[in-house]
Design a binder for this molecule. Structure first.
Ligand SMILES: Cc1ncc(COP(=O)(O)O)c(C=O)c1O
Length: 449
């Protein structure tokens, strides 16, 4: 432990402080100007982290309500992961995609978390890379080429992955996208695609995907790709029937059901994998982000017959520079070891529930909060300028809120009108609720300002 995180939040200087400002300017002289909005607005230089706390170069301690990019599920710099990485770095950092003892151990540990249908793996480094590979896999296994994905879905910034995503403004200027991508409306109880209310809808939205299939498909469906809970697109849990409906569509058409659990996996929504709570097992699972505690990792899990079929299964077809990720495997085994006894997952569920209850109380006091939702430690407030019309707030207001939070010692990294709250699963209830109280205060400041 490089510092004592328990006094957090603790501010020693203004935010950003003098050392942050100086180092930020040196870094910005060379870094492209396209970092995330929160990184640019706050101009903080983060030096180290411990548990659910990060410290900047001025010695300010911030409660992390983001887990970075929803990565530090087990907290920052967990000693077991740091030790595993140091030991492996001294042995072998890389030897193409040859088997290594670290990889064999990681695969065995990962397999223990997954059902029989998801026991064969192919590794990559980033989430988008795994999504791209899943598209190749689906085409290879089915011989078909269409993929259904959903409005408000987020799958990454490579061209194939972007083709699956919802209508995010950041897609503009990069088209045309991959042919064969069909988009269906997503269930969204706060902004219902059918303008129904929760008590009277009978989850009618779940079958909108059938209309897309009937009207837009040439009956050459290779896959349906879905996040079991949509993350970046707005933290949107689905009605329980939805994933089962997609399972039936895939069974009927022979398409692969692909769950993108890059954000929801590794305990984020409560269980190890979000699909466990749905009772629906996909044909393909995609994992990334928190699986190696911050060391780049992503992978596909499926049945051997799926991974081995067609061009995807040919010798050499899976090879890429970092397709083995020996260091990532060492870190991943350490992360899985920390999760094995279920205590961290139980903490995430328990603290997540009390945060959700506290956030509901906060929402009742602030007219700019239109909705509070989430599951496990994947929580959100949707900010609106008019509760009846549900008009999204302007980016300037989101900026003021993120800055007001940072000045109180709480960091969030997402910067849209849906304020994503995703602390490390290891956060204590006391620290989490203190952070929610500071959010309450920050909302008060921007509403009156
Ligand atoms: C569900 C989901 N899929 C894929 C990705 C892309 O992952 P990466 O940024 O590692 O490429 C993300 C990133 O946020 C994600 O949330």
């Amino acid at each position: 432990m490089s510092f004592d995180p328990s006094p957090a939040p603790l501010l020693r200087t203004e935010v950003p402080g003098p050392r942050s400002r100086e180092l930020w300017a040196r870094d910005a002289a060379h870094h492209a100007s396209n970092s995330s909005p929160a990184a640019q607005w706050l101009q903080l230089v983060i030096e180290d982290g411990c548990g659910a706390v990060v410290r900047d170069v001025d010695g300010n301690l911030f409660v992390d309500f983001s887990s970075g990019a929803v990565v530090a599920n087990l907290g920052h710099a967990p000693p077991a992961v740091a030790e595993a990485l140091a030991a492996e770095a001294g042995r072998l950092m890389h030897f193409f995609d040859f088997a290594t003892p670290a990889r064999a151990a990681f695969f065995e540990a990962l397999a223990r978390t997954l059902p029989p249908a998801l026991q064969t793996f192919q590794m990559y480094s980033t989430g988008a890379e795994a999504v791209e590979a899943a598209l190749r896999l689906a085409k290879s296994f089915t011989g078909n080429y269409e993929v259904i994905s959903f409005h408000q879905a987020w799958h990454g910034r490579t061209l194939g992955a972007m083709s699956l995503m919802g209508g995010f403004p950041l897609k503009r200027g990069y088209g045309p996208f991959a042919p064969g991508a069909l988009h269906a409306p997503n269930p969204n109880c706060y902004r219902c695609p059918l303008d129904l209310t929760r008590d009277r809808c009978a989850a009618a939205c779940t079958s909108l995907v059938d209309r897309v299939y009937a009207q837009s498909s040439e009956q050459r469906l290779a896959a349906v790709v879905v996040e079991p809970v949509q993350g970046v697109g707005g933290v949107i849990p689905f009605p329980p029937e939805f994933l089962a409906h997609l399972r039936r569509l895939c069974d009927r058409t022979g398409a692969l059901l692909i769950f993108d659990e890059i954000l929801t996996g590794v305990g984020r929504t409560g269980p190890m994998w979000a699909f466990e709570d749905s009772g629906v097992v996909p044909d393909v699972l995609l994992a990334g982000k928190g699986l190696a505690g911050g060391y780049p990792i992503s992978l596909i899990a499926s049945r051997r017959e799926v991974l081995d079929a067609g061009p995807f299964g040919r010798p050499g077809a899976g090879a890429s520079t970092f397709a083995s990720g020996n260091m990532a495997c060492a870190a991943g085994t350490a992360i899985l070891g920390l999760l094995e006894d279920g205590r961290v997952l139980a903490n995430g569920r328990r603290v997540g529930e009390s945060m959700l209850a506290a956030l509901r109380d906060v929402a009742a006091r602030h007219h700019i909060v239109g909705d509070v939702r989430g599951v496990g430690m994947l929580l959100a407030l949707e900010l609106v300028s008019d509760r009846t019309a549900k008009t999204a707030v302007e980016p300037a207001l989101v900026r003021r809120l993120i800055e007001a939070l940072a000045r109180r010692g709480v960091l969030v990294t997402g910067a849209g009108p849906v304020l994503r709250i995703t602390p490390p699963l290891v956060i204590s209830e006391e620290m989490a609720l203190a952070g929610v109280a500071l959010l309450d205060d920050a909302l008060g400041e921007i509403e009156t300002g």
